[in-house]
Design a protein around this ligand. Structure first.
Ligand SMILES: Cc1cc2nc3c(=O)[nH]c(=O)nc-3n(C[C@H](O)[C@H](O)[C@H](O)COP(=O)(O)OP(=O)(O)OC[C@H]3O[C@@H](n4cnc5c(N)ncnc54)[C@H](O)[C@@H]3O)c2cc1C
Length: 337
């Protein structure tokens, strides 16, 4: 257990945050030990992976950070075309996807280069380029931090939805994710429809791409579009894409015929980045923070700033999008007050 621990390298926003206590989990028994500790009782707790989806609202976290450093990737089952891979929560997500692609296992290739840990991947059901991690998860292995009991969540127990799962609910935040089983395929169709993947492949004159060519292309697209972790502070997409009722969308379309839209079972999803861009925020800069010039969905910290600056900018953008389009955009990032 460490005290007064700096979290500058454990929040990709890059703010100077200090936590009262910091506990690293290197084995499952470390959790049992932790639960018995005096400091553990009656203290506020936060499970932290790589901090790439967390915004600390204050510079001092008056509580305990519990961080997974559980390591290991193992193929545990092979059945025809199916391969089940167990990955421990402290593995880096990017490295895990590279592992699967290098073994020609299909399923996670569109999720390459998403920052953060494997343990966090089910929490917001990470997604990119038309894929979501929920489609590959079989089991999530957890420990209940209130009593040390082990609990396994089947895929359907996780209530996965767009950037959401049961683990985001307050009463489920007590579950420390230890490991995840992923079902991957030795052969599967590649998903190239989303975004500009096809266009990039055409530009590279690749007609029938392989798994690793798709992964490499998505890496390149991401690198062009998103700020580099460790260089410019960000949490990737800061806001969720709002879903509006069909009749609301029809009305908006009259004023904005070019508005992009993705109908789904709940209504029509509108890219928040487009709304923010149209409200005039792209490339906006104010003191130490701003809006990324290549993707308006990304709020950035250029260094030397305070979390409050991002919170103020968030509010201004939300108000302006609400005023222009009548749409409320909500943060995708977890804000830890
Ligand atoms: C440049 C950039 C690009 C990004 N692109 C994408 C993208 O394309 N798609 C996407 O979905 N996300 C994206 N993100 C967001 C982020 O990378 C993901 O949400 C990622 O899964 C967060 O992982 P983390 O380990 O950093 O989690 P953290 O930020 O540390 O934590 C996120 C949440 O998970 C919980 N958590 C973490 N570990 C555990 C555990 N072991 N057990 C239980 N709960 C846990 C935390 O308590 C918190 O609620 C991006 C972020 C950045 C900075």
């Amino acid at each position: 257990m460490k005290k007064e621990y700096p979290l500058k390298d454990l929040n990709t926003m890059g703010f100077d945050i200090v936590a009262k206590y910091f506990y690293e989990v290197n084995s499952l028994s470390d959790i049992d030990t932790l639960i018995e500790k005096e400091e553990f009782k009656d203290v506020r707790k936060l499970i932290l992976g790589g901090g790439s989806n967390i915004l600390f609202a204050n510079e001092y976290y008056d509580g305990m950070i519990i961080h997974s450093n559980l390591k290991g990737i193992n193929i545990i089952e092979e059945n025809g075309d199916d391969v089940v891979v167990r990955c421990m929560s402290g593995e880096v997500w990017k490295d895990f996807v590279d592992f699967t692609v290098s073994r020609n296992l299909y399923g996670l290739e569109n999720l390459v280069d998403i920052p953060g840990s494997v343990g966090a991947s089910p929490v917001q059901n990470i997604g990119a380029y038309g894929c979501e991690v929920k489609d590959s998860i079989v089991y999530v292995y957890t420990i209940d931090l209130t009593n040390g009991q082990r609990r396994v969540f089947k895929n359907e127990d996780c209530h996965f939805a767009y950037r959401d799962s049961i683990f985001k609910r307050e009463e489920f935040k007590k579950y420390f994710i230890c490991a995840i089983d992923f079902r991957l395929k030795k052969n599967a169709a590649l998903k190239l429809e989303y975004g500009n993947v096809k266009e990039y492949l055409e530009r590279k004159k690749i007609e029938s791409p392989t798994l690793s060519e798709v992964a490499q292309t998505i890496k390149e697209i991401r690198a062009e579009k998103l700020p580099e972790v460790g260089i410019v502070g960000s949490v990737g997409s800061f806001f969720q894409n709002p879903i509006v009722e069909n009749k609301v969308f029809e009305k908006l379309k009259e004023s904005y015929p070019e508005m992009p839209s993705y109908p789904n079972e709940k209504g029509v999803k509108i890219p928040a980045g487009w709304l923010i861009d149209k409200a005039g925020w792209k490339a906006y800069k104010e003191n130490h923070v701003g809006v990324w010039d290549k993707q308006a969905l990304v709020l950035v910290h250029y260094g030397g700033g305070k979390p409050q600056e991002i919170l103020d900018l968030m509010k201004k953008i939300q108000d302006s999008v609400k005023e222009k389009f009548g749409i409320i955009i909500r943060p995708e990032v977890n804000i830890e007050f």
